[in-house]
Design a protein around this ligand. Structure first.
Ligand code: SF4
Ligand code: FES
Length: 248
C-alpha cells in the first residue's frame, strides 16, 4: 500500500504545532498501525530528520498508552481495539490518513502525538483503590460470596485501560466514562464498600479539578472505548455520588 500521512508535529508544549505531509510506500496490510509508524520513523532517521514521537508500550491492547486520533476517531476506524491493535488492512492503497494527538485541555501535548495523561493518575490516586490489611490476617477471598451478575459487571468495569479515548472523543472532554469505570469496579463489590463514600466524592472532585468537562449523554465515549465500557457505569457513579453527597 502507498499512503499519504498528514501528521501533527509539535516540538514541545509551547510550540504552536502543525500538520506535516509524508509519503510512505510498500506498507503491508498485515502491519499494525504502530509498525507503519515505525517504518516511517526509520525512514526519517535514515534521512537525518526528527522521528515522530508517539506513545506505546505493550502493543497488545493492555497498557492504554497508545493514544492516536486517526482520521477523526480515537484509536482509528476499527471498533473495540486500541491503536496498537489496528491493522493497515482497515485502510486502502492511496489513502490519506490524518494522525493527531488526543485533544483535551486536561491532556496537554508534550511532543508531536504524545500527550500528558497524568491527570488520570491523579484521579486514581484520589480514591481508585481499596485498603486491605495484609498483616497476616487477610480474609480468604472465597469466604465472601458475590452475585455472579455483580462480579461480571465489576470485571467489565475493571477492564478499562485508562487510555483516554473517552475524553478525546467527547465534545466536552469529559472523563466520566473512565472515572465511572474506576468507581464501579469497587462499588459493585463488598470489598469496595468501606471507602465507598470518600472514593466517589474524592475522585469526582479531582476529575473536576483537572479540567475535564461534564457529561451530556452523547455516548461518543462508549462508541470509541476500545474495551466496550458501558454508559451504565456513569449512571452508577451518579447514583453513588448522590448517595455519598447526602451522607456527607
Ligand atoms: S473508559 Fe474506555 S476509552 Fe475511557 S479510558 Fe477506559 S478504556 Fe479508555
Ligand atoms: S501500546 Fe499498550 S494498549 Fe496500545
Amino acid at each position: 500500500m502507498n499512503l499519504t500521512l498528514k501528521i501533527w508535529r509539535q516540538k514541545d508544549a509551547n510550540d504552536k504545532g502543525k500538520i506535516v505531509d509524508y509519503k510512505i510506500n510498500d506498507i503491508s496490510p498485515d502491519m499494525s498501525f504502530l509498525e507503519m509508524l515505525d517504518v516511517l520513523n526509520s525512514e526519517l532517521i535514515t534521512k537525518g530528520d526528527e522521528p515522530v514521537a508517539f506513545d506505546h508500550d505493550c502493543r497488545e491492547g493492555i497498557c492504554g498508552s497508545c493514544s492516536l486520533y486517526i482520521n477523526g476517531e480515537a484509536h482509528g476506524p476499527d471498533r473495540l481495539v486500541t491503536t496498537c491493535q489496528l491493522h493497515m488492512r482497515k485502510f486502502k492503497d492511496g489513502d490519506t490518513i490524518f494522525i493527531e494527538p488526543f485533544r483535551a485541555k486536561a491532556f496537554p501535548v508534550i511532543k508531536d502525538l504524545v500527550v500528558d495523561r497524568t491527570a488520570f493518575d491523579r484521579v486514581q490516586h484520589a480514591g481508585g483503590f481499596i485498603s486491605v490489611n495484609t498483616s497476616g490476617n487477610t480474609q480468604d477471598a472465597n469466604s465472601i460470596p458475590i452475585e455472579k451478575v455483580n462480579a461480571d459487571k465489576a470485571f467489565d468495569a475493571a477492564t478499562c485501560i485508562g487510555c483516554g479515548a473517552c475524553v478525546a472523543s467527547c465534545k466536552n472532554s469529559s472523563a466520566m466514562l473512565f472515572v465511572s469505570a474506576k468507581v464501579s469496579q469497587f462499588a459493585l463489590l463488598p470489598q469496595g464498600q468501606v471507602e465507598a463514600t470518600d472514593r466517589v466524592l474524592n475522585m469526582v472532585n479531582q476529575m473536576d479539578e483537572e479540567g475535564f468537562g461534564n457529561c451530556t449523554n452523547t455516548g461518543a465515549c462508549e462508541v470509541e472505548c476500545p474495551k466496550g465500557i458501558s454508559l451504565e457505569n456513569i449512571a452508577r457513579m451518579n447514583r453513588e455520588f448522590l448517595t455519598a453527597s447526602l451522607k456527607g
